[in-house]
Ligand binder design. Structure first.
Ligand SMILES: [Zn+2]
Length: 154
């Protein structure tokens, strides 16, 4: 039993080291750009994991930070990184939501996100910290639930 656990821990450690390898390894300039981009994102995740409390802010469930999939997967973006690239790596564009409990609910739709306990906090950070940094094109992608709040807090 103990031996099995050791093997598993070693595998997790190896995965973790791969996931946090900060040395860009590239053969061509294009590869290098891609790897550098990945590295910036990895740094963002690493920094958020360092700040993490270890519990899902929505349901208080403990998050297993020894498991890289769980550690990385529990760093939710308040504004999705694909739609809002200019704030994708902003340190405040984050909330700790368990990968296996509440992260999926936040990401599933704005309506579902707005029904969560964490929403007032999320909306506050989005409106006051993130929206001012968005490009005009990104602002046009904001949902009504955020736009309405903007008109209430000019
Ligand atoms: Zn949760």
């Amino acid at each position: 039993m103990i031996k099995k656990k050791k093997v598993r821990d070693r595998a997790i450690h190896r995965l973790w080291m791969q996931g946090t390898d900060l040395q860009p390894v590239a053969k061509t300039p294009i590869d290098n750009q891609r790897v550098m981009g990945d590295t910036e994102r990895q740094l963002w995740y690493k920094a958020r994991i360092k700040e993490a409390s270890g519990r899902c802010v929505e349901c208080n469930q403990r998050i297993n930070y020894r498991d890289p999939a769980s550690a990385y997967g529990s760093q939710a973006h308040l504004l999705p990184k694909e739609l809002f690239p200019s704030v994708a790596l902003h340190p405040l564009n984050n909330v700790e939501l368990g990968r296996w409990c509440c992260h999926g609910q936040y990401d599933s739709s704005w309506l579902n996100a707005s029904r969560m306990k964490v929403w007032p906090h999320a909306l506050d950070v989005i409106v006051h910290e993130l929206v001012p940094l968005l490009t005009r094109k990104e602002k046009s992608k904001l949902p009504d639930i955020i736009l309405n709040s903007l008109s209430e807090n000019p």
